[in-house]
Write a protein of this length. Structure first.
Length: 151
């Protein structure tokens, strides 16, 4: 089981459609659950991170292999990510990915994570990043199964 916890909701239909397409493609390889928690509408970063942390923790299982997605995380190629996920799934059937809100991810959640992953030093809109994560998961499974997709 792969769980993706996201702070904030997708508002635009084209982001929703893109996510649904990759979720549909992923069903061939794994059960994927995408959970959205409400983002905190305040400029007070400390308060926003605390509230979002509380919402995320309701959906976290400490037995899961937790991966936070953050700029400071480890950078991997698609092939390296595929190999890493394949190894993780051997010992940990449940993987939880966490995408934070506009203020990032609370330090307490980062400390609970087993791994920290970065897709780039660039900052992406959360809606786009969700699509990127789903696409990379799909690509990882295609690589693991020696199926044509990754070039």
């Amino acid at each position: 089981m792969i769980k993706i916890l996201c702070v904030g909701k997708l508002k635009e239909k084209y982001w929703q459609d893109a996510c649904q397409e990759y979720l549909k493609r992923l069903t061939k390889y794994a059960q994927v659950e995408l959970i959205e928690v409400m983002d905190e509408k305040t400029d007070d970063e400390k308060q926003a991170l605390q509230k979002e942390k509380e919402r995320l923790e309701k959906h976290m299982n400490p037995k899961d292999y937790i991966i936070t997605l953050e700029i400071e995380g480890e950078s991997l190629s698609s092939l390296e990510l595929s190999k890493k996920l394949e190894k993780i799934r051997i010992e940990n059937p449940n993987i939880t990915f966490i995408i934070g809100g506009s203020h990032g991810i609370h330090a307490d959640i980062k400390r609970q994570a087993t791994a920290h992953l970065s897709f780039s030093k660039l900052t992406f809109p959360h809606q786009l990043f969700r699509v990127l994560l789903l696409e990379q998961l799909y690509r990882s499974f295609k690589i693991q199964n020696n199926e044509k997709y990754h070039k």
